[in-house]
Ligand binder design. Structure first.
Ligand SMILES: C[S@@+](CC[C@H](N)C(=O)[O-])C[C@H]1O[C@@H](n2cnc3c(N)ncnc32)[C@H](O)[C@@H]1O
Length: 279
């Protein structure tokens, strides 16, 4: 298999390693049995560099669990809901959750590894995997055959802060045109959070060649400015503390550490109806 040429793709090994670590632990939160199977030797080597990061890893697994919860609620209400994972990495939700019609988009090296371990054709839920070279190919072209007016959930987990503002704007525009009734689920980090709490993980990720690009002072407002309306936002750090996945008292985060509480959030946005120009 060719190696990962997009440095951000290597971070997919990190997230999968976190899920492997969780699944192997005595009290798993997500319990993703696929994670270990997806990791190859390169993936294991990458994850070794991150295995000791208690806070980042705790937040990462809680983020994944929270998104599981949100998707399960949507699938309970609508079992055939379309779900598109942009920058899917080694996400195994199409294989793990009940229901959904899934599309996973990522670099060819990621898609090939997933196909080798768990072919889409054997998925319990309908699953299409799409390989894209994010630097040279357009998301619009790749997703155009799947355009629909039906409700769609787009998940960009662990992705947005690696992109620059222009790339995020292009993705939002593309998604708005192809899926006018989509909601976007993504995690967002503020500049205050990155400066005060993000240094350790950012330094480790930098070893892989990837860097943080999108951390405005108010990332929720920045996404809303792209044609979205915030529906729900949760504090990932606070939930991680409440679930005891990080050793910080939840009360401390809730009352004393606002940049930690509010700086790293999981949000769901609805696409705003385009306003028609006045006659
Ligand atoms: C930190 S990983 C997260 C993977 C997965 N969503 C998860 O949570 O396990 C970031 C992912 O973004 C993908 N990616 C790289 N460039 C991208 C781009 N321009 N747009 C969307 N995703 C991108 C990478 O290939 C990688 O799989």
């Amino acid at each position: 298999m060719p190696g990962m040429s997009n440095p951000v793709s290597k971070t997919a090994w990190y997230c999968t390693g976190v899920r492997m670590q969780d699944a192997r632990s005595s009290n798993p939160l997500v319990g993703d049995a696929w994670a270990e199977r997806f990791l190859d030797d390169e993936g294991r080597r990458v994850f070794e560099r991150f295995a000791d990061l208690e806070y980042a890893n705790g937040a990462n697994i809680v983020r994944h669990w929270l998104i599981d919860q949100w998707l399960e609620a949507r699938l309970a209400a609508q079992p055939d809901r379309r779900i598109i994972l942009v920058g899917a990495g080694f996400d195994s939700r199409a294989l793990r959750l009940d229901g959904g019609r899934w599309i996973e988009v990522d670099e060819a090296a990621v898609i090939e590894r997933k196909q080798a371990v768990a072919p889409a054709s054997a998925s319990p839920n309908p699953l299409i995997r799409i390989a894209i070279d994010f630097a040279r190919e357009s998301l619009a072209d790749k997703l155009a055959p799947h355009a629909t007016d039906a409700p769609v959930t787009v998940v960009m987990e662990g992705v947005v802060y690696y992109l620059d503002a222009a790339a995020i704007a292009v993705s939002a525009k593309t998604l708005g045109i192809l899926f006018p009734r989509h909601e976007l689920i993504c995690d967002l980090q503020s500049n205050a959070f990155v400066q005060r709490w993000g240094k350790r993980i950012i330094e480790r990720i930098a070893i892989l060649g990837a860097r943080w690009r999108f951390h405005p002072s108010d990332p929720v407002a920045a996404i809303e400015a792209l044609g979205y309306e915030r529906r729900e936002c949760l504090s990932i750090a606070l939930r991680a503390a409440e679930l005891k996945r990080v050793r910080v008292p939840a009360m401390m985060i809730r009352y004393l550490l606002p940049s930690l509480r509010d700086g790293y959030r999981l949000c769901a946005f609805a696409r705003r109806e385009p306003t028609l120009p006045s006659p």
